[in-house]
Design a protein around this ligand. Structure first.
Ligand SMILES: NC(=O)c1ccc[n+]([C@@H]2O[C@H](COP(=O)([O-])OP(=O)(O)OC[C@H]3O[C@@H](n4cnc5c(N)ncnc54)[C@H](O)[C@@H]3O)[C@@H](O)[C@H]2O)c1
Length: 381
């Protein structure tokens, strides 16, 4: 194989964006598209001059499709991804990989059973600043982590929520800011800081006429006794995007695209234990971090999967790690609704029953609902 021939399932805003992006990648090409809405499939197929299908099985089964990009609304991700992996067709699945962590388990099991490559479109991992942050953490430069913090405060208009029937409904996407807008930040947060073992969450709907949360916060407890805090919303302007990890040997802070790292050579607790001074603090040294330029965004993930298939390049965003994001999201939503702490791993049966009860009452209504628009913000994802 010289080039990977991708088929895309779901060619609304994001799927069409991926079709365009593929045209800029030497290692791959678009060979077919699929959309459950026939006129959408036809118009995108004609735009890109490729065959178009209505049923995803027909796309996956094509001999001229080597790998699949899944860009439907989230509820459909597991069924399509699992079918593709079972047919031996590698999958790049849009975020979140699933709505429930039980479905994520099934996707991970399918990947492990079949050995078919599986990636998640958590493209922010490819950004220079996050690669640099990952390097610091994985080299142990922070020492044992004592505190984590994530604030992802963004903006979405009511018109955005009204732009597709599935958006911001329990039946259509199974959550709000946590399941749709914050997953990239939550992915980075769990990638660098790991998963907590206990979550005390709060969710609310403050600024929009929607069924699901547009505000979510949580206190986090980690297995080592570390604590953390996250806050996510779609009611603020300008946006705030802050991640902080504080450890024994250093502190990492990323605000937007700016990374800062401070080293504590003697260690925070080490210094506290050994110092005999009453009013003192450990020395802190801000260390400049080299942040090499590199390709980032959707293009990096699509190219990475192609190179993984062609040359065995390591995946930037393995699909298996997409489960951590869903685990965290489910924990905060469940805890917020139950108004009590929730242990992680989340009890799968409890979450499924909880979500089913919300889906059963989902009206899909958001007041002034127009036609589905299928337009994705290509600047701010
Ligand atoms: N990674 C990112 O930066 C990013 C950005 C935007 C959206 N997304 C994700 O992409 C996914 C799609 O979002 P969108 O904004 O493109 O939505 P959209 O509504 O614009 O497009 C979804 C398309 O999927 C089609 N579809 C639905 N069920 C299908 C099925 N079973 N088989 C085939 N086609 C089906 C719909 O008809 C629609 O055309 C979501 O999971 C979203 O979270 C990711």
């Amino acid at each position: 194989m010289e080039r990977v021939r991708y088929g895309i399932v779901g060619v609304g805003g994001m799927g069409t964006g991926h079709a365009r992006t593929m045209q800029r990648i030497d290692e791959c090409e678009l060979s077919a598209v699929c959309d459950i809405v026939p006129e959408v499939a036809e118009s995108v197929g004609e735009e890109f001059n490729v065959p178009y299908l209505i049923d995803f099985h027909d796309l996956v089964d094509r001999d001229d499709v080597d790998a699949i990009v899944v860009a439907t609304p989230h509820y459909a991700h597991p069924e399509i991804s699992i079918y593709a992996m079972e047919q031996g067709k590698p999958v790049v699945c849009e975020k979140p990989i699933s709505v429930t962590v039980s479905a994520a388990d099934e996707m991970v099991a399918a990947h492990e059973r079949t050995g078919t490559p599986f990636a998640v479109m958590h493209q922010r991992r490819s950004e220079p600043v996050w690669q640099a942050a990952w390097k610091l953490v994985s080299e142990g430069r922070l020492g044992e982590i004592y505190r984590t913090m994530l604030v992802y405060a963004d903006f979405r208009s009511q018109a955005y929520y009204n732009s597709a029937g599935w958006r911001a409904t329990w039946g259509g996407e199974g959550g709000g800011v946590l399941i749709n807008q914050a997953p990239h930040s939550i992915d980075l947060f769990t990638w660098l800081g790991g998963l907590p073992s206990r979550v005390t969450g709060h969710t609310a709907t403050k600024g929009h006429v929607i069924e699901v949360e547009d505000v979510a916060g949580a206190l986090l407890e980690y297995p080592n006794g570390a604590v953390g805090y996250i806050y996510c919303c779609t009611n603020e302007a300008p946006s705030t995007d802050i991640l902080e990890l504080a450890g024994e040997k250093g502190k990492l802070q990323v605000i937007g695209t700016e990374l800062r790292f401070w080293e504590v050579p003697e260690g925070v607790k080490g210094f506290s234990d050994s110092s005999t001074e009453m009013w003192t603090r450990p020395d802190v040294v801000e260390v400049p971090v080299d942040i090499p330029e590199r390709e980032s965004g959707h293009i990096a993930i699509l190219r990475n999967m192609a190179r993984h298939m062609l040359h065995g390049e390591e995946l930037l965003a393995p699909g298996v790690e997409g489960r951590n994001t869903v685990e965290m999201i489910n924990a905060v939503i469940l805890s917020g609704h139950a108004e009590e702490p929730v242990d992680v791993p989340v009890n799968r049966e409890r979450y499924d029953a909880f979500l089913a009860s919300l889906v059963a009452t989902s009206s899909f209504g958001k007041g002034d609902q127009g036609p589905d628009l299928r337009v994705t913000d290509t600047v701010h994802h």
